[in-house]
Design a protein around this ligand. Structure first.
Ligand code: G3H
Ligand code: 13P
Ligand code: ZN
Length: 349
């Protein structure tokens, strides 16, 4: 199957009432792990690359690896997404390359650290929407600011400093016409999200539910959704690692989100933990080994296991064959003639 529009993939997820994992990639083994998991569970999938990933792997390497995935797995719908674009230029460069979806993270200024004003966020996101939709490309925006910092990106903090205001979410969706809306409900990027098991007082699920009530047809996105499982932490620490005790987002909270409009669930850290644990184990137990395949193969298998588990938990498993790809040119026509709406349905308070 050619790469599909993320809008199509999320519209289908909404029809089916399930969420879709968006998994970050930096290299071939991670792409292979995701595709093996998608085949194993018969799932549509979103593969996403951060700015850091694009520069680490080099743009064309990464993009062609994903095209290889689309060639090798014609039965799996794959959306290729720019994660946390920091400017119009970053999003444009992804679109020019052939990505079928971009995130314009205008919640932060271009430095990727300083919270932006609402007006700045609306202006840059709307500019990306106009450019992207003309070309049939999906846009995710963000309102509210997540916590944590990864690879220099992020405002820091606990994630509770800039929780999304539902009224602002409505205004933002109306003014920008985004296809998907990332909201801040107390999650943060990376392994160190919570110092105790989060409950309703830490994760603002009530805010998520309030936003979904006001914007019942808008595809919501949960960032920072790794669960940081204890068993993966333990493997790393058993084989020489030094992770401090930490908690991630419980899968049941994500499932509650999915029942309340969350359609895209971003996961990176859990896969990083799985791969690193597997590599550490091989190097620790068999220090005489030096063939990278001896540790990259178990690393790839460990990531496949986590991704397959998430695909099942998010509900996307079994849905790969539900639909055929609509071409990106057709999607562009849909935005132009209004059959793909960019005006959110807004419910009264
Ligand atoms: O949003 C963060 C993702 O986990 C990607 O992180 O910027 O370190 O590649 P990165
Ligand atoms: P985690 O760090 O929780 O995996 O979040 C990933 C993410 O939100 C990527 O945009
Ligand atoms: Zn994120």
């Amino acid at each position: 199957m050619p790469l599909v529009s993320m809008r199509q993939l999320l519209d289908e997820a909404a029809k089916g009432g399930y969420g879709v994992g968006a998994f970050n990639v930096n290299d071939m083994e991670q792409i292979q792990a995701i595709m093996a998991a998608a085949k194993e569970t018969n799932s549509p999938v979103i593969i996403q690359a951060s700015r850091g990933a694009r520069s680490f792997a080099q743009d064309r390497f990464l993009f062609h690896l994903i095209l290889a995935a689309a060639e090798l797995y014609p039965e799996i719908p794959i959306a290729m997404h720019q994660d946390h674009g920091n400017s119009f230029e970053t999003c444009k460069s992804a679109i020019d390359l052939g990505y079928t979806s971009v995130m314009m993270d205008g919640s932060l200024k271009e430095d990727g650290k300083t919270p932006a004003s609402f007006e700045e966020n609306v202006a840059v996101t709307k500019r990306v929407v106009d450019f992207a939709h003309e070309r049939g490309v999906t846009v995710e925006g963000e309102i509210g600011v997540l916590g944590g910092v990864e690879d220099g990106h992020g405002a820091g903090g606990t994630g509770l400093e800039h929780v999304t205001d539902p009224d602002q979410a409505v205004e933002f969706a109306e003014k920008t016409g985004v296809d998907a809306l990332a909201i801040a409900i107390g999650t943060s990027h990376g392994a160190y999200k919570f110092t105790k098991k989060p409950d309703g007082s830490v994760l603002k699920m009530d805010v998520l539910i309030a936003i979904h009530k006001r914007l019942p047809n808008t595809h919501l996105v949960m960032h920072g959704s790794s669960s940081v499982p204890k068993d993966l932490q333990d493997i790393i620490n058993k084989y020489g690692g030094k992770l401090k005790e930490t908690w991630g987002v419980p899968v049941e909270e994500i499932q509650l989100g999915i029942r309340n409009g969350v359609r895209k669930v971003n996961v990176d850290t859990d896969n990083r933990l799985a791969m690193t644990g597997a590599i550490r184990k091989v190097l620790w137990e068999t220090p005489e080994k030096f063939d990278p395949r001896d540790y990259l193969k178990p690393a790839r298998e460990a990531m496949q296991k986590v991704v397959a588990q998430r695909m099942t938990q998010f509900g996307q498993a079994g849905h790969a064959g539900d639909y055929k790809a609509v071409s990106i040119a057709e999607i562009a026509k849909g935005y132009k003639n209004g059959s793909l709406s960019t005006r959110p349905l807004v419910a009264a308070k």
